[in-house]
Ligand binder design. Structure first.
Ligand code: 164
Ligand code: MG
Length: 368
């Protein structure tokens, strides 16, 4: 791919409203924007989606900067690649650190698609012209939840995802269901339960939820299989699935009926495609998860969600869901519950240079 320069932009932006889960509250979002430029001056964009603290996975912005700077870029320098899939294979020699790997690998996919003059969605095997958009309501009061849901339903989102935990589940969801008897609703527990909560979780079966996301611990593949046998509601796994093997094991064991694929969590688009293809062959529906990310990562998510097996609306909400102003132009918008899949080369969104400059707290450049 004849790389000449890799630039990291560490950015920070306040959320329009706090994103509250039982694991903590996100008020400000730090992120890493990656720009890879080849010797012809063509650039590809990627994004590191680890949070500032290790509340979701073990990675943070700082661990990602270290891994990108001191391990992944030196590997690329030593072993130049001709295709993003070669970078994914090269990075297999590094244990875990998937979000750091994805930051580089997705930028290489954007560059690759741009050099081919192809939309990224087509370059990875996408078939859809629009992708269905869902949105997340992450608050800790039913009043705020109903206020946000009213707003998002009016904006046309096809499904609502709410955060639950043992202190906020049946009554919270029942109140929402009472107000919205037909609205597609799913719940994300972020591992807030154990098998001892079986009765609490079974009670949710009567609320006609689309799915319950990650009820148990990320390592509880066996326990999720036991739980799924007791629940009518499909289990969806998120944090448990960090690579293809996790997805295959979960499907073979019956630990879930749905998988949330997040590009950063699985190490990049190459692995995300592998998981999609396997699930598609085994009739396991998948949807594209979000990471409260900026527009570059969201753009990669749109390309991924254009693949045929993404049959459930993903966490692909508009730029305005989280940000006063995103770092991409145009911003991502949702109309009639869908967002358009770009037809221009690469991710199909440009950088809003003014906004990037305003939000950049540090830059690191690497000549290759
Ligand atoms: O980016 C979005 O639109 C939603 C993000 C989102 O719901 C999550 C991001 C990261 C951790 C969790 O809180 C949650 C999830 O688990 O899916
Ligand atoms: Mg989740």
């Amino acid at each position: 791919m004849n790389l000449a320069l890799i630039e990291l932009f560490i950015i920070e932006m306040p959320l329009k409203s706090p994103f509250i889960t039982h694991l903590g509250t996100v008020r400000d979002r730090e992120g890493i924007i990656v720009k890879v430029t080849d010797n012809d001056g063509v650039s590809g964009m990627g994004e590191g989606v680890a949070f500032s603290t290790p509340w979701y996975t073990e990675e943070t912005v700082k661990t990602s900067i270290h891994m990108i700077s001191d391990v992944l870029i030196p590997l690329l320098k030593k072993h130049p690649v001709n295709h993003p899939e070669e970078a994914a294979a090269l990075f297999q020699s590094v244990r875990r650190n998937n979000m750091a790997k994805a930051a580089i690998e997705t930028a290489l996919w954007d560059l690759y698609a741009k050099k081919k003059g192809q939309p990224l969605s087509k370059a990875i095997g996408g078939t859809r012209e629009v992708v269905a958009s869902g949105v997340v309501v992450a608050v800790d009061s039913i009043k705020n939840a109903l206020k946000q849901i009213e707003e998002y339903v009016a904006e046309g989102y096809q499904r609502i995802k709410v955060k639950i935990n043992p202190q906020q589940d049946y009554e919270f969801l029942a109140e929402i269901r009472k107000c919205y008897p037909d609205l597609p609703i799913m719940a994300d527990a972020n591992s807030a339960y154990t098998l001892r909560d079986l009765d609490r979780l079974k009670a949710l079966d009567e609320l006609n939820l689309m799915m319950i996301e990650q009820p148990l611990s990320p390592n509880d593949i066996i326990q999720h299989a036991a739980l799924q046998k007791e629940l009518q509601t499909p289990i969806c796994l998120d944090e448990s699935i960090v690579n293809f093997e996790d997805a295959r094991n979960a499907v073979e064991l019956g630990s879930c009926k749905v998988i949330n694929i997040k590009v950063g969590r699985v190490g990049g688009l190459t692995e995300a495609k592998r998981i999609h293809d396997y699930c598609f062959q085994h009739n396991i529906p998948v949807w594209c998860g979000g990471m409260i990310e900026f527009g570059i990562s969201r753009a990669h998510n749109i390309a991924l969600a254009s693949m045929p097996g993404f049959s459930i609306p993903g966490d692909i909400s508009s730029s305005s869901r989280f940000w006063e102003e995103d770092i991409i132009a145009p911003e991502i918008t949702v109309e009639n519950g869908v967002t358009q899949v770009p037809t221009s080369p690469g991710i199909g969104f440009k950088i809003n240079e003014k906004r990037l400059k305003e939000t950049t707290t540090a830059t690191i450049d690497f000549q290759l």
